[in-house]
Design a protein around this ligand. Structure first.
Ligand SMILES: Cc1cc2nc3c(=O)[nH]c(=O)nc-3n(C[C@H](O)[C@H](O)[C@H](O)COP(=O)(O)OP(=O)(O)OC[C@H]3O[C@@H](n4cnc5c(N)ncnc54)[C@H](O)[C@@H]3O)c2cc1C
Length: 280
């Protein structure tokens, strides 16, 4: 059985978090599965839960002051067709789960779940997203890559709730997202990849590559990306495999039931080659 609190406001939810350490439950699509030990039985929770998906303060999307602000309890279905959301993130969301799951699952839940195969994380890393964390003591904002500290691990304090995902408003001339999974809708990624670039007069002014499900967390390297900057597209395309291979040291995949480490490494590099040769 679930021993749960249903606060009316965010402040009330934060008080509950501070006083009881109750686990936030948004859509429950990860949490309920994780706590279901016996098939057919109700999920069993050792700790109380605090329901948050109905809290208006952490729902909806706003674009203001050069930032897209996404309430953590906004469902994936709500984000999928919202023009304020960067196309690369919408593309990732439309490839996640089945429609009925997307109507319940939230973006905050996907971020806090911190799976190396979490599909919103790959575009969020590429987009330089940040996360806003609230507690009764105040609010702090972290870059998403500092929030995710390992597989299933985050910097969320026991009294905090993720309230907002913030993305700098910025357009790119080239955007690409690809999820390689077993079955498109219902599978977690074997490998996922997002790449963004700004090309002006044939010159690369900005470029970002993010890889999912190939290491304990999503990986991205600004040091490697910097090597592309101020070079011509023709120069990079001229030796795409060599440029893509620069990302190989970041890839530390594991063998699991979905794919072998060797397969994951190969697919990740091939996706980078494809982006350089066909999209850039
Ligand atoms: C059939 C099925 C298919 C799926 N397919 C995919 C897929 O293709 N890709 C993919 O990435 N995932 C997939 N998932 C996993 C899941 O649906 C997503 O990760 C989803 O976004 C989780 O959101 P939620 O609101 O349901 O999270 P919940 O289950 O409510 O919570 C997940 C975790 O985040 C914490 N949490 C949630 N919200 C907050 C908050 N605001 N502040 C602090 N902590 C919070 C919870 O305490 C919990 O630890 C699938 C799940 C199912 C059941």
């Amino acid at each position: 059985m679930v021993n749960g609190y249903r606060p009316q406001t965010l402040d009330e939810a934060l008080e509950i978090r501070a006083n009881t350490g109750a686990i936030p439950l948004a859509g429950g699509t990860d949490l309920m599965v994780r706590h279901k030990n016996i098939p057919g039985a109700l999920p069993k929770f050792e700790e109380p839960v605090v329901f948050i998906s109905h809290l208006e303060e952490i729902r909806g999307v706003k674009a203001e002051d050069g930032i897209v602000k996404i309430g953590a309890a906004t469902t994936l279905a709500e984000l999928e067709n919202d023009e304020k959301i960067p196309a690369v993130l919408r593309e990732a969301i439309s490839n996640m789960a089945a429609r009925n799951v997307r109507h319940i699952a939230t973006i905050g839940g996907n971020v806090c779940n911190a799976s190396p195969a979490g599909d919103t994380l790959v575009p969020l890393y590429a987009l330089d997203a940040g996360v806003k964390l609230a507690s009764t003591n105040g609010v702090r904002t972290l870059p998403v890559q500092d929030f995710i500290t390992g597989p299933g691990q985050t910097a969320l304090a026991p009294d905090e709730i993720l309230t907002e995902i913030v993305i700098p408003t910025r357009s790119f001339t080239k955007e690409y997202y690809r999820k390689v999974g077993t079955r498109k809708a219902m599978a977690l990624s074997r490998v996922s990849f997002a790449a963004l670039a700004d090309v002006n007069g044939g010159l690369i002014e900005d470029i970002r590559f993010a890889f999912g499900a190939v290491a304990p967390t999503v990986v991205r390297s600004r040091e490697i990306e910097k090597q592309f900057i101020s070079r011509t597209v023709d120069e990079i395309k001229g030796d795409a495999p060599q440029w893509a291979q620069k990302f190989a040291p970041l890839l530390k995949p594991i063998d699991d039931q979905r794919a072998s480490a060797q397969y994951r490494r190969k697919v990740a590099i091939n996706l980078a080659v494809y982006f350089i040769e066909e999209i850039l």
